[in-house]
Design a protein around this ligand. Structure first.
Ligand code: NAD
Length: 251
């Protein structure tokens, strides 16, 4: 990634933070974005400690103008843009069909689907101008199979997988690759309530039981897949949704 510059959203926590540190360790220049300013600044310090050239911006990815401004600022400061990781995401409320809240669905879609679309839309001209680049969207096993995170979350992550494919079809002719990672259960801020509950109930061993490796994952294990898909190591891969899930979706 040396000589490459890009954007990572949802960088204040979990998978986004791990990706930011790993990308910086591999030489990338980074623009980091999140809504959580204090934790975003903490990630920025970690990236600096890793020797990375970095700046951060508070952004709500559901707001198109904020996403556009972030991307344009990154391209201006670094003089180039090579990749974007559209990683910010939310779960929304856990609900049954009887209790589904349309407002909650709209917010989940605005962040998980529109947020990634805005990232693709506004990064694409910069990547095309560079002669190519990479987009990595963070979907989920919940977008592949039912049963994790609630209906709105699951539907939004499935939408993100197919958007990844359609964007890959649009941008392939410009040598811009678009892929997704589909993490299984990872211990992050998002899943803290699940982990807290399981630990309190003495059921921690059950947390990893839905996948073949019989354990939950670490954010760093998703970050390595994101790095691969953002780098030239994956130069002939586009339009794919890569499960990084310990085998959760293989049976
Ligand atoms: P996390 O909550 O630790 O990190 C998500 C980050 O996104 C947070 O820092 C949050 O502030 C930020 N964010 C939320 N809404 C935003 C918005 N509108 N604009 C900007 N930033 C926003 O969770 P994580 O697990 O690291 O999640 C990262 C991605 O991985 C998400 O897309 C999530 O859906 C996906 N994912 C997580 C798991 C898991 O088990 N943790 C599994 C599959 C997929």
């Amino acid at each position: 990634m040396r000589g490459k510059a890009g954007v990572i959203t949802g960088a204040a926590s979990g998978i986004g933070r791990a990706a930011a540190v790993l990308f910086a360790q591999n030489g990338a220049k980074l623009a980091l974005a999140d809504m959580n300013q204090a934790e975003l600044e903490q990630t920025t310090r970690l990236v600096e400690e890793a020797g990375g050239e970095v700046f951060c911006q508070v952004v709500d990815v559901a707001e198109e103008e904020q996403v556009r401004a972030l991307i344009d600022e990154a391209a201006k400061r670094f003089g180039q843009l090579d990749f974007i990781c559209n990683n910010a995401g939310i779960t929304g409320k856990m609900a049954t069909l009887e209790t589904e809240d349309p407002a909650d669905w709209l917010r989940v879609y605005a962040v998980n689907v529109l947020g990634a679309m805005f990232g693709c839309k506004h990064a694409a001209p910069h990547l095309i101008a560079r002669g190519g680049g990479a987009i990595v969207n963070t979907s989920s096993v919940a977008g592949v199979r039912a049963g994790a995170g609630g209906n709105a979350y699951s539907a939004s992550k499935a939408a993100l997988i197919n958007f990844t494919r359609t964007a890959a079809c649009d941008l392939g002719q410009f040598n811009v690759r678009v892929n997704a990672v589909c993490p299984g259960l990872i211990e992050t801020g998002m899943t803290k309530p699940v982990f807290d509950y399981a630990r309190q109930a003495g059921k921690e061993a059950k947390l990893g039981s839905r996948c073949e490796l019989r354990r939950y994952g670490r954010p760093e294990e998703i970050a390595t897949a994101m790095l691969f898909l953002a780098s030239d190591e994956s130069s002939y891969i586009t339009g794919q949704a890569l499960p990084v899930d310990g085998g959760n979706t293989c049976s």
